[in-house]
Design a protein around this ligand. Sequence first.
Ligand SMILES: [Cu+2]
Length: 141
Amino acid sequence: MRGVLTSLLVMAAALTFTAALPAQTTPRRVIEVTLSEYKYEPNQIRFHEGESVVLKLKNIGPRLAHNMSSRYWLDIPLTIRGDARQGISEDRKWVALDVGREVEVEFIAKGRGSYAVICSIFDHAVQGHTGAFFVLPPASP
Ligand SMILES: [Cu+2]
């Protein structure tokens, strides 16, 4: 009986120790952005270097397809989850969504600074469909 109790205590101590270890995971920042005629909401998108940024994009239309397009993404691999098209044109990487679609775009942030974001479809940027990424220094833990 005493042996069983001792092993239970040892197991409990081991579990506590494991739980107390600091998490070694990349900090995650989830930002929801709607796309519509002709704006991003929010249009100033802030995140920190080293974060795993998840942009949850939703095209709320009401009528048109939109995209998010930026030079910032050119040398950053994007993981896209959802029903979107992606490509590169005019030196910008873009992710496009039809009306009513939602998509997640995930990437590891690097390169602090501010970067223009535009909807590169037809005349949308001229109509005001623009925004910016602000990449801030690493967030303090
Ligand atoms: Cu647009």
